[in-house]
Write a protein that binds this ligand. Structure first.
Ligand code: RI2
Length: 305
């Protein structure tokens, strides 16, 4: 494969969700950009910039919601160099740093978030989030006996991936259908979910169904925690941009849709949970109330308007 084909292959895997999860698509994009520039053979900085921009755009256009992709690409392609070789080295270093920091962030989130879980607690999680699983896994490894209730997360059933991971960690797990969230909520001590986007006003954009779970957790007085690396926060929302909610194909929900004449299926992949239903956001920089999202964007992401 040429370097263009390899890059488009990664972009295709992100689009089809063979590579999925906000953090994993960000690190896959960083790795793809690194691999791409390593094979670029040009001494012209202008040509290097042009090819890097093509690669960045190809990756960016795969999934519209997750800001992790935007932040990763922005951080990796940020450099001030006067020649192509120096630019290449900067991109490679940026990518390595991004991937390492991202792994460390997930570990740190696990350490911080797990302190909020007590021995004997039941934790509910939705979809498949490495950050949320880090919180749960760290609590388990520290010796706390916990039970996890995991939702299926239709239509893509990321919950099945989650129960497999929890099972391998040796954690007691129960699987429920998404619509059973309220009926089990009174048994739950803590809800932990990941994030695709945290907006400047502290709202959460995450897998479809998250907002319903947050609403019923609020009604049942069950704490609701978001586990999110700081690169899941959206600088674009600080500049007034709305988060685009990805609408995926009808067939993901109903394979036999073509047999109906008048039926349409709507398949939004994400929903918005207002900050009123979020107790805390666990980041690698600490546990913060959603109202502090603005500070994370300004100070951690170094965003200037
Ligand atoms: P981590 C996923 O999106 C889920 O919405 C999950 O909560 C979020 O990414 C964060 O996952 P999708 O790619 O980055 O399954 O914590 O649509 O792994």
């Amino acid at each position: 494969m040429t370097q263009e084909e390899k890059l488009l292959d990664t972009a295709g895997k992100i689009r089809s969700m063979e590579i999925r999860g906000a953090g994993r698509i960000a690190t896959a994009a960083a790795q793809a950009l690194k691999d791409y520039v390593l094979e670029l053979d040009t001494s012209s900085l202008e040509e290097f910039d042009r090819q890097l921009r093509w690669a960045a755009d190809s990756l960016l256009n795969t999934r519209p919601t997750a800001v992790s992709l935007f932040n990763a690409i922005k951080l990796v392609t940020r450099y001030s160099a006067t020649d192509a070789q120096a630019a290449k080295e900067a991109v490679v270093n940026n990518a390595d740093r991004f991937i390492k920091n991202s792994q460390r962030a997930v570990e740190q989130i696990g350490i911080i978030g797990s302190r909020t879980i007590r021995d004997g607690d039941t934790v509910l999680t939705h979809c498949n989030s490495m950050a949320a699983l880090s919180v749960i896994g760290t609590a388990h490894r520290s010796g706390k006996r916990i039970k996890v209730i995991a939702t299926e997360s239709r239509p893509r059933y990321q919950g099945i991936t989650t129960i497999g991971m929890l099972d391998r960690m040796g954690i007691d797990v129960e699987l429920i259908v998404d619509s059973a969230a309220r009926s089990v909520m009174n048994e739950v001590n803590l809800v932990v979910v990941g994030a695709d986007v945290v907006t400047a006003n502290g709202s959460l954009v995450n897998k479809i169904g998250t907002a319903q779970i947050a609403l019923c957790a609020h009604e049942a007085r069950t704490p609701f925690m978001v586990a999110a690396e700081t690169y899941k926060f959206s600088p674009k929302t600080l500049a007034g941009e709305l988060v685009a909610i990805e609408e995926r194909s009808q067939e993901e929900v109903l394979e036999t849709i073509s047999q109906y004449r008048q039926v349409r299926v709507r398949n939004p992949a994400f929903d918005v949970t207002p900050r009123q239903y979020i107790d805390q956001i666990c980041t690698e920089a600490g546990l913060i109330p959603p109202e502090m999202s603005y500070m994370i964007i300004k100070e951690r992401l170094g965003w200037e308007l």
